[in-house]
Design a protein around this ligand. Structure first.
Ligand code: HEM
Length: 409
């Protein structure tokens, strides 16, 4: 038997709940008492138009189950909390906002190109970018971890991957910042379209084989599945997705990850003393602890009975990764950062499994690992020296600033 949704005295759409970090108290309450809950979307500073409300899934097993069931919980009508016209969701998310055969075709084509081998070949360039970023701060007594140190690290790697000429990079990176910050505003949408246009131009140029740098791009254009290729427009949208999906996420993992290690210094010490052996587990635990992407949305394709309530066809359903990764039934003492953690199930920071699982997970792991290896080697005494300034968002768990010092021994 289903019941009417129980009313809560808060909504996860309220920006105030996310001012000091993920809405930890509210999410814990929901995990314990209301694993499926309804949240109205009144007009806010973030979304002045408001919205039609959404369901929230907060437990690890529910987030995993919904992630694996695209037929019921579809990505095809958008994965952002706010509703957007379909055309707009395509420009913003490309394959992220597709489903079924259309998604499978895109995924099959890009997976042919985005292989572990290709990523392995990128490792020396990732290392060079990490060293370049570290050299910027090595003579500074005080610096901002986010702006001065991490800076353009992830963005330059995506630009390498796409074969973006050096002279175009600063402007492209600037525009990506505007597109990401705008949350669907007219300015952000126009900027996103400019990025897609630019990337389509790169694809067209790569077709002629003009640039040696554009190796991956050329492969992407030529890759075929069942006799079909991606159009240059589709390649453009995919490249724009790489930029938006691959920059803030990785920068957040590194910045918030470093902050986490300053709260758990013994973990940092243990990792630094045995870096390579511990790296796979440490990186995974950092990504779980931080959970850079706090949610994505699905849309129900039929009526679903769950936890005694009915999700109606067409309703929005938010998968709260940030909550699932603090689920104490899966992660013992989930607030603790623990590089030796054995958990009952994998974390869901890259998604809960299923067809949309993060395509860049391997690249992100490589970037995080190489960055910390270079940092620990070059400047072992870097330390947090002031209060972090968070990005105010319920989507990316990011940091705007993190004051640090280099303590010389
Ligand atoms: C720590 C860093 C990262 C995190 C936490 C992250 C997280 C995610 C999540 C949660 C999803 C959606 C999964 C789902 O809906 O089931 C996703 C999808 C995706 N990510 Fe990442 N991501 C990261 C880094 C990257 C990087 C570096 C790239 C690219 C270079 C990337 C490219 C993508 C793409 C293309 C998709 C869409 C896949 C699809 O729809 O089939 N991500 N990511």
């Amino acid at each position: 038997m289903t019941t009417a949704p129980e009313t809560l005295d808060f909504t996860l759409a309220d920006p105030a709940l996310w001012a000091d970090g993920p809405a930890a108290k509210e999410l814990e309450y929901l995990r314990k008492h209301q694993p499926l809950s309804w949240h109205p979307e009144p007009p806010t500073e973030w979304f002045p138009e408001g919205g039609r409300g959404f369901w929230s899934l907060v437990r690890h097993e529910d987030v995993q189950a919904a992630s694996k069931d695209q037929e019921t919980f579809s990505s095809g009508l958008g994965t952002e909390m706010i509703d957007m016209p379909l055309e707009m969701t395509r420009v913003y998310g490309g394959m992220l906002n597709m489903t079924g055969d259309e998604h499978a075709r895109h995924r099959a084509i890009v997976s042919r190109v985005f292989t572990p081998r290709t990523l392995g070949q990128l490792a020396p360039r990732i290392q060079a970018h990490a060293q370049r970023c570290i050299s910027r701060i090595k003579d500074l007594a005080e610096f901002d971890f986010m702006e001065d140190l991490v800076g353009d690290f992830p963005a330059q790697i995506i630009c390498d991957l796409m074969g973006v000429p050096a002279e175009d990079r600063p402007e492209l990176i600037r525009r990506t910042g505007i597109a990401l910050a705008g949350n669907g505003t007219a300015e952000s949408y126009e900027t996103m379209k400019q990025i897609v246009d630019y990337a389509r131009g790169l694809a067209t140029a790569a077709e002629g084989g003009v640039s040696e740098e554009a190796g991956l791009l050329k492969k992407l254009i030529e890759a075929e599945v069942d006799g079909q290729r991606l159009s240059n427009e589709e390649v453009g949208i995919f490249l724009a997705l790489l930029l938006t999906a691959g920059i803030e996420t990785t920068a957040t993992s590194i910045g918030q990850g470093f902050l986490a290690m300053s709260l758990y210094p013994e973990q940092r010490k243990t990792w630094a003393s045995n870096f390579d052996a511990l790296a796979p587990k440490a990186v995974e635990e950092l990504v779980r602890w931080v959970t850079p992407v706090m949610h994505f949305r699905r849309t129900a394709t039929r009526d679903v009975e769950l936890h005694g309530q009915t999700i109606r066809e067409g309703d929005k359903v938010i998968l709260w990764y940030t909550s699932a990764n603090r689920d104490a039934t899966v992660f013992e003492d989930p607030e603790r950062l623990d590089f030796a953690r054995e958990s009952a199930s994998p974390h869901v920071a890259f998604g809960g499994g299923g067809p949309h699982f993060c395509l860049g997970a391997q690249l992100a792991r490589l970037e995080i690992s190489i960055f910390f290896k270079e940092l620990f080697q070059a400047l072992p005494n870097v330390a947090v020296s002031g209060d972090p300034v968070r990005l105010h968002s319920n989507f990316v768990n990011g940091l705007a600033h993190l004051p640090c010092v280099t303590q010389r021994s």
